[in-house]
Design a protein around this ligand. Structure first.
Ligand SMILES: Nc1ncnc2c1ncn2[C@@H]1O[C@H](COP(=O)(O)OP(=O)(O)OP(=O)(O)O)[C@@H](O)[C@H]1O
Length: 408
């Protein structure tokens, strides 16, 4: 078990106040997505701030990479290179007069030379979709853009762990979905991601593990299906049960889904409702999913390719994919939970196109393959790539089946 963060019986009280962290122990494994969930005042922010030494426990030990955190300034600088912390309020994190200077602050503090700083800043801004914003004053940006500047500032230091305090609290629903998608992308690239949130609907499908907190203690820590499935603890923590989980419990009571199945998404629910799924598989021809890697298809006109197709829905995963869609003036139908939504479409016999980036391409095939194996269906995943000489021939030349047709 590759533990990257660990708390051993940590306790904390603010100067002159009562105890707000009351003996907490837990660990985070490398590559995990953890959601710390609890009501106002539960101690989530205080606990998160212990992860990179911003708050020092009164007793107990915090470890990063199996090493107890040391609190001298040189050690803290190194810890903050490993564990990046994105504050809830971006205005408190952004300090410089331009976006470039703000994102450059971390790498400059690490002693990098000008060229390396420029490289880090450019890469970080690309990552969060803010290329071209370098000279902009941060206080003129929208809340969502400021959040991305704050994240870029952390990414520029290339930390192993990213900690986000209420990452979506000041974002609109579309902005929240974009941000969760960015967190997924970063996790897919190997970052461990820890967030605090009140939003159970957001945490439930996203997290590998949920930690429910109340009054400075951990109430429950488990996979989301179990952590959020305990009605008593959920109520106690002033939370509500995620809608999907509540619906699946109701369907289970009525015998529509097998006992013990805990769907995490609408696709899971459809899959669990065996009869409906079987009917749809038998009656309909399945649609296909075409994947376009935007990192490798500069010379492909997606718009031209689309013109040669029947009606198709388009989804985008990742910031660069969304930017590419904007450049080609494509209307996106799906920007979050994209793979599941395209599988649902395929089950209805309809085709879709997913724009994505190199690191996420395999994820599409993996998710579709695992769904197909579990459900004994075969949805074709095709790839759109390379130069496009003639839209008429694109379909046969560039659409290469990756699916295992023997599953049919
Ligand atoms: N700087 C501070 N000085 C004194 N007490 C504080 C300070 N910051 C937080 N607290 C107290 O510590 C407790 C835990 O606060 P914390 O912000 O960690 O909770 P939280 O779960 O993140 O809440 P929220 O969801 O509202 O942000 C609260 O009772 C709060 O009043």
């Amino acid at each position: 078990m590759n533990i990257i963060l660990e708390a051993r019986d940590v306790r904390y009280r603010y100067p002159g106040g009562s105890e707000v962290i009351k003996g907490i122990s837990f660990h985070v494994r490398k590559g995990e997505k953890i959601a710390l969930v609890g009501p106002n005042g539960a101690g989530k922010s205080t606990l998160l701030q212990m992860f990179n030494g911003m708050v020092r426990p009164v007793s107990g030990v915090m470890l990063v990479g199996n090493e107890p955190i040391q609190y001298d300034s040189a050690s803290l600088r190194m810890i903050r290179k490993k564990v990046g912390y994105v504050l809830q309020n971006s205005d408190r994190q952004i300090i410089a007069p331009t976006v470039y200077q703000d994102v450059a602050f971390g790498p400059a503090n690490l002693g990098y030379d000008e060229e390396k700083i420029r490289e880090k800043v450019t890469h970080a801004l690309q990552h969060v979709g803010l290329e071209g914003f370098e000279r902009r004053p941060p206080h003129h940006l929208s809340g969502g853009e400021k959040k991305r500047v704050a994240i870029a500032g952390i990414l520029a230091m290339d930390p192993d762990v990213l900690v986000f305090d209420e990452p979506t609290s000041d974002l609109d629903p579309a902005g929240s979905e974009d941000l969760m998608e960015l967190l997924d992308e970063l996790n897919q690239e190997g970052k461990t991601v820890v967030i605090s949130t009140h939003d159970v609907e957001l945490a439930y499908p996203w997290a590998d593990r949920a930690i429910l907190m109340l009054d400075g203690r951990i109430l429950q820590e488990d996979v989301p299906e179990i952590a959020f499935g305990n009605q008593k603890n959920v109520r106690k923590a002033h939370l509500s049960m995620p809608m999907i989980l509540e619906l699946s419990q109701e369907l289970e009571r009525r015998g529509f889904i097998e006992p013990g199945k805990k769907p995490r998404s609408i696709l899971d629910i459809i899959h669990s409702i065996q009869k409906v799924a079987t009917d749809s598989q038998q009656c309909k021809k399945l649609g296909t999913i075409t994947v376009c890697n935007v990192d490798r298809s500069d010379d492909v006109s997606i718009r031209t390719w689309l013109e040669s197709r029947e009606i198709i829905a388009i989804g985008a995963m990742g910031t660069r994919a969304k930017q590419r869609a904007a450049t080609e003036h494509l209307t996106l139908e799906f920007t979050y939970g994209v793979i599941d939504k395209c599988i649902l479409r395929a089950l209805r016999g309809k085709d879709s196109l997913i724009l994505t980036t190199t690191r996420m391409v395999d994820r599409v095939s993996q998710r579709v393959d695992s769904y197909c194996q579990e459900s004994s269906v075969s949805i074709q995943v095709l790839q759109l790539q390379g130069s496009e000489p003639d839209p008429q021939t694109v379909r046969s030349e560039q659409a290469v089946s990756k699916a295992d047709n023997s599953k049919m």
